[in-house]
Design a protein around this ligand. Structure first.
Ligand SMILES: Cc1cc2nc3c(=O)[nH]c(=O)nc-3n(C[C@H](O)[C@H](O)[C@H](O)COP(=O)(O)O)c2cc1C
Length: 381
């Protein structure tokens, strides 16, 4: 582990004097690679094991094609959706991504502000670099959700959920695929753990319940206790039931890949699910998210919202996800690359480009709104 490691505080270099910023996700990724120390870039970009699932996530999109309907006056597009009783102007959210200070000193604060300015809800990670309250203040009035990694000492989890509730967050996303960290060969090679270096403790160092459980408060014990707490292989459906009892916010489960688990989520009263394999960072060898989606849509049959992530890189990918019948799409790595390459402005630029790409794709597919999009014909050929 390199003790001289520094977060990326030279980010704005990638926006030049004329305001140019990479447009394609591949160029954004290259700019991020240049802007960051190799272990940090690799932490963001890589997947678990031999990275087959990470590769499949993006490759699998290419198998599917949509069949457009034309001559359908698309001069007035409506990209809004109604989900969990609220209207969202776009069918997109920013996926929860921890340790964002790795990419830019302002980390989650920059992302939350850019998301707010772009009308895209931000899902804050448990292991964010800044606290719930800091982020709520930095982007007040905007739509925010909180992602929970269950803590072994569950009073810590319940207190974080309460803090999110008090700060006006709109939903809780319980991530169920990270009961222990995936076997990430590149991070092992680099001996790199951003959590161990203190990049993910914003919510913990500000949590009175967490702090009250520490015998001695110094950064080493904070880090050890975070790692110990979020490693929790005992997580099961009873915890979901308990979480439901403890909060009035809607609960979504993130990491569903099996149709039976989707149905079980409904039986347990969960408010929504996120079809995701964590960007291929957890178990290498699992199905790509887009391949898992159609069967889940079929069994859920509109009973609860289905959100999706893993592998969305362009507007057309999002279009395919919605055409399969999902309700909303989470954007992941691309926004982290844009943060590393251009700070807050970079994230804004990426989101503006992505929304434009998506709207152009909608128009050229001949659909005026998201309901029409969800009925669109999509084939595997
Ligand atoms: C660097 C990094 C950190 C992440 N941290 C979290 C996290 O703290 N909580 C979580 O639920 N998911 C986390 N994820 C997973 C994302 O929420 C999302 O599932 C994934 O990025 C989707 O894959 P894609 O980015 O390749 O599209 C992380 C992903 C990356 C790349």
């Amino acid at each position: 582990m390199s003790s001289s490691f520094k977060s990326n505080d030279h980010a704005v270099q990638s926006i030049d004097a004329e305001g140019n910023f990479p447009i394609s996700v591949e160029d954004m990724e290259s700019a991020a690679k240049q802007a960051m120390p190799a272990p940090a870039f690799s932490y963001i970009a890589s997947g678990a094991g031999g990275e087959d699932t990470a590769r499949k996530n993006t490759d699998a999109f290419k198998k599917y094609s949509i069949i457009p309907r034309l001559l359908n006056d698309v001069s007035n597009l409506d990209t809004s959706i109604t989900m969990l009783g609220r209207i969202y102007p776009n069918p997109f959210l920013l996926a929860p991504i921890g340790v964002l200070k790795l990419a830019d000193e302002q980390g989650d604060l920059a992302v939350a502000r850019a998301a707010a300015n772009s009308n895209v809800p931000f899902i804050q990670s448990t292991v964010s670099s800044y606290s719930i309250e800091n982020i709520a203040q930095a982007a007040s009035g905007s739509s925010k959700w909180f992602q929970l990694y269950w803590a072994k000492d569950e009073e810590i989890s319940f207190n974080m959920v309460k803090r999110a509730e008090d700060a006006g967050y709109e939903a809780i996303v319980l991530t169920i695929d990270t009961i222990t960290l995936g076997y990430r060969e590149k991070d092992l090679y680099h001996r790199f753990s951003p959590l161990a270096q203190g990049y993910g403790q914003g919510n913990f160092e500000s949590d009175p319940v967490f702090l009250s459980k520490l015998e001695e408060i110094h950064s080493r014990t904070i880090v050890e206790s975070i790692v110990d707490n979020i490693n929790y292989p005992a997580l099961d459906w009873e915890h979901v039931k308990e979480l439901k009892r403890r909060t009035s916010l809607p609960i979504l489960l993130k990491g569903i890949l099996h149709p039976e688990d989707a149905l079980r989520a409904i039986r347990y009263g969960v408010d929504g699910i996120i079809v995701s394999n964590h960007g291929g960072r957890q178990l290498d060898g699992v199905i790509s998210s887009i391949d898992a989606l159609p069967e889940i849509v079929k069994v859920v049959d509109g009973q609860i919202p289905i959100l999706f992530d893993s592998g969305v890189r362009r507007g057309i990918d999002a279009l395919k996800v919605l055409a399969f019948g999902a309700d909303a799409v989470l954007l992941g790595r691309p926004y982290v690359y844009s943060l590393a390459a251009g700070g807050e402005k970079g994230v804004e630029r990426f989101l503006a480009n992505f929304l434009q790409d998506f709207q152009t794709s909608m128009m050229l597919s001949g659909v005026k709104n998201i309901e029409e999009l969800r009925q669109m014909k999509i084939v595997n050929m």
